[in-house]
Design a protein around this ligand. Sequence first.
Ligand code: FAD
Length: 322
Amino acid sequence: MTQIFAYIPFNNGVTEDVALEYPTAALKIDKSASLTAVVAGSGADLDKVANDMTSIYSEVIKIDNADFAYPNAEVIRKALVNIIPADAIFLVAHNTFGMDLAPGLSVKMDCAYAADMVDFEGIEETTLKAVRQELGGAVSTHVTVDISCGAVMTIRPGAFTPVEGGAAGGSIVDKSSDVGDVSAKRKFLEIVAAEVGDVDITKSDVLVSIGRGIEDEDNIEIAQELAEAMNSVVSCSRPIVDAKWLEKSRQVGTSGQTVKPKVYMAMGISGSFQHLGGIKGNPFIVAVNKNPKAPIFQVADVGIVEDILDFMPELTEAINNL
Ligand code: FAD
């Protein structure tokens, strides 16, 4: 039977949404696979997360160690090698930590490594069929992974439908004493919280988010007028921050802010996974883009093929006339 292990990321006792997405990914790999959650950390936060996970997973491995208080991939990798069976499939989220952890773990486990999976198409003998995206999501590539010696794979957060947390009634297995030597050359020093800028985009229910499609700094005013009409604020993709047109605190994405609005207006944003990785909580997404093949349309609830420089002033006027 295929054994699948899923690494649960959490912060201050709150798990990331991907914890609910692994079970769907595991079912797509192999319907009859066993699935075990792995939570590593220390103290009360770890206990809370381990307990929470028993409502989703039938088995939860807990590894408690003071060195895991901060998720240092070098340390956790050493522990996992002693805990994950050699021929298992290990899933980890394709986020900054997962990208740090996974390649080295596959080397240590001497197994296959595959990154940023967005879908699985089942196992044939010792080969797993999987789907990735390339060229910023413009094309999907179908790949095979030899899992005869196990595999370490990162999965893209948001790519798999989350399951409902219920009453799985799972059990917690404490493997804290099995971690072995976790001494590391990389030491955690401190967490430096991101500066809160002129507005806090994480607090707004509606975001008017602009991307490179805004074309010119002077056009940002058009987005600001729409945001005001909608009683919301302007956020943006990374190129807008790189161009120094807006502050870093307005950037949505894996290297920016994580937002959970009710409505997300993606204006001239292509929909890279780094951008979408910052949008949580399943908001209603309205995407406006000149290119009908822009990847953002794959996740949008409403997609409009239009020039945002025409669309936004018209929408502002229509709202103000209401
Ligand atoms: P583009 O990809 O250039 O898309 C612009 C879109 O606008 C296109 O789809 C185009 O068709 C459309 N368009 C152009 N003109 C108009 C118009 N007049 N009207 C309507 N549509 C128009 N990006 C982030 O956003 N956040 C992150 O946190 C982030 N972190 C990253 C971390 C790493 C390590 C790396 C490597 C990259 C990161 N990126 C991040 C960058 C990311 O890969 C993309 O490059 C970026 O998201 C693209 O931004 P965009 O959609 O605005 O621009």
